[in-house]
Ligand binder design. Sequence first.
Ligand code: CAP
Ligand code: MG
Length: 423
Amino acid sequence: MKYTDYIDLSYKPSKKDLICEFYLETKGNLKKIAGGVASESSIGTWTTTMTMKPYMLKLAAKVFSLEMKGRKSANIKIAYPNELFELENLPGIMSSIAGNVFGMKDVIGLRLNNIIFPENIAKSFKGPKYGIKGIRKIFNIKTKRPLISTSIKPDKRPLLGTIVKPKIGLTTKDHARVAYNSWIGGCDIVKDDENLSSQSFNRFEARLKETFKMKQKAEKETGEKKIYMINVTAETKEMLRRAKLTQDYGNKYIMVDIITCGWSALQTLRNENFNLVLHAHRAGHAAFDKNTKHGINMKVIARLTRMIGLDQLHIGTAVGKMFETHEEVVDNKNALTDGFYGIKKVMPVSSGGLHPLMIPELYKIFGDDVILQFGGGIHGHPLGTLAGARAARQALEAVMKGEKLKDYAKTHMELKKAVEFFK
Ligand code: CAP
Ligand code: MG
């Protein structure tokens, strides 16, 4: 079969097809290369082979939509027959639809902007164990001795998180102390940074023990539910060992770097079915998704993460230090929270260059179902971590009450300082 044999603009995809939407830019004949993408990602290669059998022609992918964007670029849609894919094997699926095709010589740019999965493939994966509803349940506790006010219950509002900073280098004791100050200041969640694993200055087990102890102390003192998301990122067997250790310890959450660990490791982690909420950090994602003309769209990564079954995922801020636009962030959020055959919804996480004064804008973008994370925006407060966490909690409370931060700051000292400092 020639590349152009993989084009059929009259084809109407069925519900069983897996559909990929690509942006394609080429220096050659656009139609031919579009067919080439369908060919090389299904049953074809650069030449007709003598080994091709008539019974397998039905497995050929088809370009069924080609919308020119310029003389040499187009948005194309490709339908892949269901039988091309093994169920519950994400590395296998990605090796087809997001594999060799990116490297074809005649392709200047190829970006996988969307995947529409048929139900049987999507549901062959576990999906999140907890998702937004399960996470809300964990926080659905009576606040006995609130630090600030009973008016905002943690089962409805955005959850406040922080990342221990400096990101690596602190000793185990200092790490646990920063976590403690964050919790008693008003954070619901404290997480490790993505590159903290088990370095000599802060070993995993010691950190789990110390920080968990501080979490319990903070829960006792505040009467609030507190969460510690410890980073288990490591080689797969070691990652599982750390996850198990965390579960045995009684800690409810772990975090993992999804891009550097890879789809296979994530499936393995999810298949273990730990009683752990899985937080997904996406360090490295921009190597795939920052270039709008090549690579893989973040909303695709979000979809895959949901399908495998992590419970929370970083999806950008639109207002912080990272590059994503408001529109892109909303697309990512939709990939986590739309219908998707009833697969549980993933909690969006907004993080990266945020400080308390951005909460009003963030609330407009995300609403209640989000974790807002502040690293520098809390530990950079001129009066330190405790005050920084209080300022963030006060800012959130002001927003939930419909008050302006500047007005609320008149009676809340930590927020006042933050307003002066971060403006
Ligand atoms: C945030 C953060 C996160 C980024 C990752 C950092 O800290 O810990 O890793 O949010 O980006 O190291 O930058 P700050 P994204 O609050 O101090 O910026 O969420 O976009 O994946
Ligand atoms: Mg980080």
